[in-house]
Design a protein around this ligand. Structure first.
Ligand SMILES: Nc1ncnc2c1ncn2[C@@H]1O[C@H](COP(=O)(O)OP(=O)(O)OP(=O)(O)O)[C@@H](O)[C@H]1O
Ligand SMILES: [Mg+2]
Length: 252
């Protein structure tokens, strides 16, 4: 299965959605997955070196032979799971035009268009949707950095007006996303990682023993965020994984 995450806007939560939701959904199914980031500059992509999700980065620029890159990355057997994190701006255009020209969009099972709120993200989501709707591949939106799920209509009112009937899932804005970066593994993996929790608890014990208040505060906070990662899996990630599954089955 191949999932592509795309929005022309920088900072729209593409990499977060690609890693924490799309790629992690395969871990939840006990399957292997390869995450590929297409980008226009060889910036150091975040390395999640402790994660079971294998990731790599492909630089896309003016001189890139896009046919070749697409063949190498997505022309793989159906039983392989691939998640493509398509970089914003020019990279989006290069990749989407390449997919169209080569017809290789037919190898993509699902597009996710993420947004992190705000007018520009929505405008770019609309633009991105226009670019991919002709592919006739299922599309689902990801509303990220949600402040309060009960007030989703307030924060994301423009989205619901622009796309009244489109499927979406939400990611609440949470410290667990930042903890995931420091632990170099996905939130889904952290939630089940008793070793990490044990290490935090041990460090907290030591801090109490030595009366080190700075360390007490630090590890008390880390343990609270760790606990939140379990809630995040139950309340946010599991429903998001289910949304991907349904979207993929129903619309094709
Ligand atoms: N639900 C969330 N909770 C907390 N932080 C978040 C969440 N979603 C995104 N972020 C943060 O927002 C920032 C931008 O997200 P991300 O890197 O995923 O966007 P992007 O679209 O991949 O950006 P770029 O265009 O630069 O590749 C990151 O620092 C990320 O950690
Ligand atoms: Mg990114």
């Amino acid at each position: 299965m191949t999932i592509a995450v795309v929005n022309t806007k920088g900072g729209a939560s593409k990499s977060t959605v690609a890693f924490q939701v799309a790629a992690a959904s395969f871990l939840a199914k006990k399957q292997e997955v390869h995450l590929i980031e297409f980008d226009d500059e060889n910036k150091d992509s975040e390395t999640f070196s402790n994660s079971k999700i294998k990731s790599s980065q492909v630089e896309i620029g003016d001189g890139t032979d896009v046919d070749e890159v697409l063949k190498d990355t997505i022309l793989v057997p159906k039983d392989k799971n691939i998640v493509i994190d398509v970089g914003g701006n020019k990279t989006t255009t290069i990749i989407l035009e390449g997919l169209k020209k080569t017809r290789l969009y037919r190898k993509i099972d699902l597009f996710i268009i993420p947004m992190s709120g705000g007018y520009q993200d929505l405008k770019n989501a609309e633009k991105t949707y226009e670019m991919i709707k002709g592919f006739d591949v299922p599309v689902i939106f990801a509303l990220s950095r949600v402040r309060n799920p009960k007030r989703l209509q307030f924060q994301y009112g423009d989205f619901f007006r622009a796309f009244p009937k489109k499927k979406y899932f939400i990611l609440t804005d949470s410290d667990v996303i930042d903890l995931s970066r420091t632990q170099k593994k996905s939130v889904y993996e952290i939630a089940f990682d008793t070793n990490t929790k044990g290490a935090f608890e041990k460090a907290l014990d030591e801090a109490f023993d030595t009366d080190d208040n700075d360390k007490i505060a630090q590890f008390s906070t880390l343990l609270q965020i760790f606990d939140e990662s379990e809630e995040y899996v139950n309340d946010i990630l599991t429903p998001a994984f289910e949304a991907l599954e349904q979207k993929n089955k129903k619309d094709k």
